[in-house]
Each structure stands twice: as structure tokens, then as C-alpha cells.
Ligand binder design. Structure first.
Ligand code: ADP
Length: 359
């Protein structure tokens, strides 16, 4: 925060306090001096409701207590009017003040609970996308590791020969080195996907980022014999969003598409990236089980899943991937929607803003 911003915030807060104190003083004067037999002090409730937007919990409670004390003081200082009506007005006002303070505090608690639930959901989704990834990653890392062992055995054989074949041993060592680098790149990609809290938007090549995710899930696609067709319109501009979060969404959509095609005879995944006005749109379409019309309305509801995993508990779904993906995409200024593909299967599309070129 800049010095200017913090000075502005301090000035705004002082001004709020001056305004609140003036209104309270006004209510107190009118309540004490005038002989009107109406519960003027209920207006303190408006002060509480207005101040609730900016005050912390303890300060709000202190303000409510202060309003009640002023109401009591007015009752004792007031010399005009019937004391019985005054007593009734006092009770009405104190009830109104207490009720508004209580309601505001309840609302605040509900807001904090909703925020905590949202944070928890985000954590769950991250864990979910990582757990979805872990099998593919274990497979990917396993491949270079197995290659390293094979090359190591070969290297040992070339060296123990009489005479040793140093040329072939050197080749085997070079393969070991490149496989080790490949494994470390896979792990580095996983670590970068595991990071990421609030969106950190910057310009990036969306096609490259999506391709990276497809490569990451390459072994799962090959295992399920899924034909992949990738079409990125040529010369697409950069996207402006949080790259890691967009990749997290792409992983969720691709993993769902793979899951939907595990038991269908035709397995065709299509990933298309185009630009429309000031947005880039990525469409992930599959020839899987598809989305029945009555299901479309629930897809993005948290904890909605059809992946019960009764036969394979490890494939059970949590039903948070799509709801979190939508939250992430919307936080980045885009949209995520689903539709049934005309030729069967499902099509999920998301948009992200195009990076504006600097003037
Ligand atoms: P999960 O994958 O854990 O079930 P999601 O929120 O990612 O949670 O998906 C919710 C549900 O949406 C899935 O259980 C599935 O029924 C449906 N779904 C998602 N993607 C597809 C798809 N490509 N084809 C068919 N159904 C899908």
C-alpha cells in the first residue's frame, strides 16, 4: 500500500468517526431536550447499522453499549413528558439498539464462516487436482527412472567388458543425464502447479500452457488409448491471467474428460483455442458418457459428483473440481460453461482475458 493510500484511509476513518459522533450527539440532544413522546433513541440503531460496514467486532459492541448508555442518560436527564411513556420508549430504543448490534454481529459471523468455507474448498480443490495428477506424475517420473536403471546396467556391462567399451559407456551416461533432467523437470512442473493462492495475473502464452498440461497427462491419455486433437488458431495473442490457476482448471477439465471416456468405445479428445473479442476461449470436448440435460444444472454445485468409486475407491470423485474451476476462472476475469457435444460426449469451455499490448 502506498503512503498516499494509507493517508487517504486514515482521513476517511477520522471523517467517519466525526460523522458518527455528530449524529449520536444530535440524537442525544433531541432525545433529552424535546418533549416529544416518541422513541427518538431508536435512531441509534441506524448509527450501528451504518458503522457496521467499517468497524471491527469489539468496536461495534463498544459503540452499541455507548448508544444504550446515552439512551439511559437521556431518560434520567429529560425533565419533560410523562415518565411512564419515557420508560416504554427507553425499553423500545434499547431493544432496537441491541437487536441491530446482534443482527450485525451474526451477519458478520456468517460472512466469516462463508469465507472460511470458501478457503477450505479452495484447499480441497487443490488437493483434489494434485491427487488426480499424482497417478499420472508417478507414471511419468517412473518412466525416466526406469530408463536410468536400464542405462546404468548397460553402462556397467560396457565398462566390465574386456577391453571396456568406453564409447558406449559414455553414451549410456549421457542418456542417464538427460533422463534425470527430464524427471526433475516433471517434478518442477508439479511443484509449480501445487503453488498459487490469490490470482497473480500476467501475460502468458495460453496455447503453450495448455499444451504443457496435455503433455503432463500424456501417459493417462496413452493408457486409455485416447486420440487427442489439438487445434490452436495461429497467431493467438497472449492471455492475461494467473497461469498456474488456468493450468489447474485445464487439468480438471482434461481429467474429467479422460474419466468420462474410460468406458466408451470411441475415445476422442479435442482441445481448441480461439479468440473472441477481448477473450481467449479454450474448448475441451470429449466423446465420453456425456451430460444428461437434468445434470447440466448441478455440474458446478460443490460436492456434486457421479464418481461414487464403489468398485475402485481410488477413483471416487469429490465433486469440487468444477465449482472451484469456475471460481478460479471468474476470479481471473473469465467464464466457464458446459454443454453437451452434438455428437455425444461433453464440451467444457472457459475464457480468459487477452493481454492488452502496451501502448
Ligand atoms: P468430480 O470429478 O470429483 O466428480 P467435478 O466437479 O470435477 O468433480 O465434476 C462433477 C461431475 O460432473 C462429475 O462427477 C461428472 O458426473 C460430471 N462431469 C464432469 N466432466 C464431465 C465430462 N467431461 N463428461 C461427463 N460428465 C462430466
Amino acid at each position: 500500500m502506498t503512503t498516499n493510500q494509507s493517508t487517504n484511509i486514515r482521513a476517511q476513518s477520522t471523517w467517519n468517526w466525526v460523522l458518527t459522533a455528530s449524529v449520536m450527539a444530535g440524537i442525544f440532544l433531541v432525545d433529552t431536550i424535546t418533549s416529544l413522546e416518541i422513541a427518538i433513541a431508536v435512531f441509534y440503531a441506524i448509527v450501528i447499522l451504518t458503522a457496521a460496514r467499517t468497524l471491527a467486532r469489539p468496536t461495534l459492541i463498544a459503540l452499541a453499549v455507548c448508544c444504550c448508555c446515552l439512551t439511559l442518560l437521556s431518560f434520567f436527564l429529560s425533565t419533560s413528558g410523562d415518565w411512564r411513556s419515557g420508560l416504554v420508549n427507553l425499553l423500545i430504543s434499547i431493544s432496537a439498539i441491541s437487536m441491530s448490534a446482534w443482527l450485525v454481529l451474526r451477519l458478520d459471523a456468517a460472512r466469516s464462516a462463508a469465507h472460511a468455507a470458501q478457503t477450505q474448498l479452495t484447499r480441497l480443490a487443490r488437493a483434489h487436482s494434485l491427487s488426480g495428477l499424482s497417478a499420472a506424475l508417478a507414471h511419468e517420473v517412473n518412466q525416466p527412472l526406469a530408463a536410468i536403471v536400464t542405462s546404468g546396467d548397460a553402462c556397467q556391462r560396457w565398462l566390465t567388458r574386456e577391453p571396456p567399451d568406453l564409447g558406449r559407456a559414455r553414451d549410456a551416461l549421457a542418456r542417464i543425464r538427460s533422463d534425470a533432467e527430464r524427471a526433475s523437470q516433471i517434478i518442477a512442473r508439479m511443484r509449480s502447479l501445487a503453488r498459487g493462492e490469490a490470482p497473480r495475473p500476467r501475460a502468458f502464452d495460453l496455447s503453450y500452457a495448455v499444451n504443457e498440461v496435455i503433455a503432463l497427462l500424456g501417459s493417462a491419455l496413452a493408457r486409455h488409448r485416447i486420440r487427442t486433437d489439438i487445434q490452436f488458431a495461429p497467431g493467438l495473442p497472449d492471455a492475461y491471467a494467473d497461469r498456474i490457476q488456468v493450468q489447474q482448471v485445464a487439468i480438471n477439465l482434461l481429467t474429467n474428460a479422460i474419466d468420462a471416456m474410460t468406458s466408451t468405445p470411441t475415445r476422442h479428445l479435442r482441445v481448441v483455442c480461439t479468440d473472441h473479442d477481448d477473450q481467449l476461449v479454450v474448448a475441451v470436448s470429449d466423446t465420453g458418457s456425456g451430460i444428461p440435460p437434468d445434470m447440466l444444472a448441478h455440474l458446478f454445485t460443490p460436492f456434486y459428483t457421479t464418481k461414487a468409486g464403489s468398485e475402485q475407491p481410488e477413483s471416487a470423485g469429490m465433486g469440487v473440481g468444477l465449482s472451484i474451476s469456475r471460481t478460479l476462472i471468474e476470479a481471473n476475469g473469465g467464464q466457464l460453461w458446459a454443454q453437451s457435444a452434438p455428437a455425444g460426449g461433453a464440451s467444457f469451455q472457459f475464457s480468459v482475458p487477452i493481454a492488452r499490448s502496451k501502448p
